[in-house]
Write a protein that binds this ligand. Sequence first.
Ligand SMILES: *Cc1c(COP(=O)(O)O)cnc(C)c1O
Length: 379
Amino acid sequence: MESISIPFNRPMCFGKEREYAEAVLASGHYAGDGPFTKRCHSWLEQLLGSHRVLLTTSCTHALEMSAMLLNVAPGDEVILPSFTFVSTANAFVLRGAKPVFVDIRPDTLNMDERGLERSITNRTKAIVPVHYGGVGCEMDAIAACARAHGLPIVEDNAHGLFGTYKGRPLGSLGAMATLSFHESKNIVCGEGGALAINDPALAERAEVLREKGTNRSRFFRGQVDKYSWIDIGSSFLPSDILAAILLAQLENAEFVQERRKRVWKTYFAGLADWSASHGVRLPCVPEDREPAWHLFYLLMPSLEARQAFLAHLRAAGILATFHYLPLHLSDMGRTFGGQPGDCPITEDICDRLARLPLFPGLQDAEVERVLERVLSFQP
Ligand SMILES: *Cc1c(COP(=O)(O)O)cnc(C)c1O
């Protein structure tokens, strides 16, 4: 195998990560909900305008908390795209729910709001849109449909932190939203996530579920004189050491986002003519939304062209990758009745999608090298 000189992703360290993590180590308070966790909470609450943001050990765990908070139970159904990461489905399946997969729009590759109405039954418990690549879903239409049926929305916002929809932050548009700080995302602490709570009625119980089903958070605030077991729950809070690393990353968010945007825009401009004349489609960003610049994809004309394209880049030491496989056609998805043809757009684009390297430490010269190599490919 050729050696890779331009990786697909490389997390970036800004310097303060070490200082902050050492402050935690020196303080002797290593557990969760220490001073750095609280600073991350405030930072994210300010950004999103959420009633409450709680750090979690992953976006997967934030999704699991959202399922618990909505009392998702066996027999319930949850509507989500088939074109997403497994956790979007698994979090609800763990509570006994059946995932109901809807197809995506051919332009943004987001949940197709036009397929929602017919997927809703009297067992539907929630709608879970995913802002793919950090480009917002058709939230007005999704929210109108949810409101008409009295259903809560949980935004899987793993890609969308710093993106907006009609000027409103992604992550502020559902009853809850989940964030990821996995090393592959825009802001990273290795493994981590957060649950943003926009419906104040859910906040108090969220603290309990996250603290092993106890009212420990109220105890620490002096609101009760001892803490005890009052609900289901688990241990969803990360160590303050991770929160320290996360805070340093959040403080550099402007740089991260500027850099990602610049790389994204350079790819987009540099590939416009080539893509138009070679049957390749570039990402679509509707005018009323600002993306989070999470990823840059190309839709090649066929599976064969996509595979040849990935190999063409790899031969030059550049790592480009495909993305999600349709969840409804996975082994688990089929146990819920998933069949070929259920989500035709998803099935088609999963075979043709390729993502280019995109990370804040990618140098201009490296971006040029990627562009040159892409332009030399004949689909
Ligand atoms: C990365 C990702 C997740 C899971 O995030 P973790 O923090 O690794 O649990 C969930 N949903 C989507 C859409 C993702 O991209």
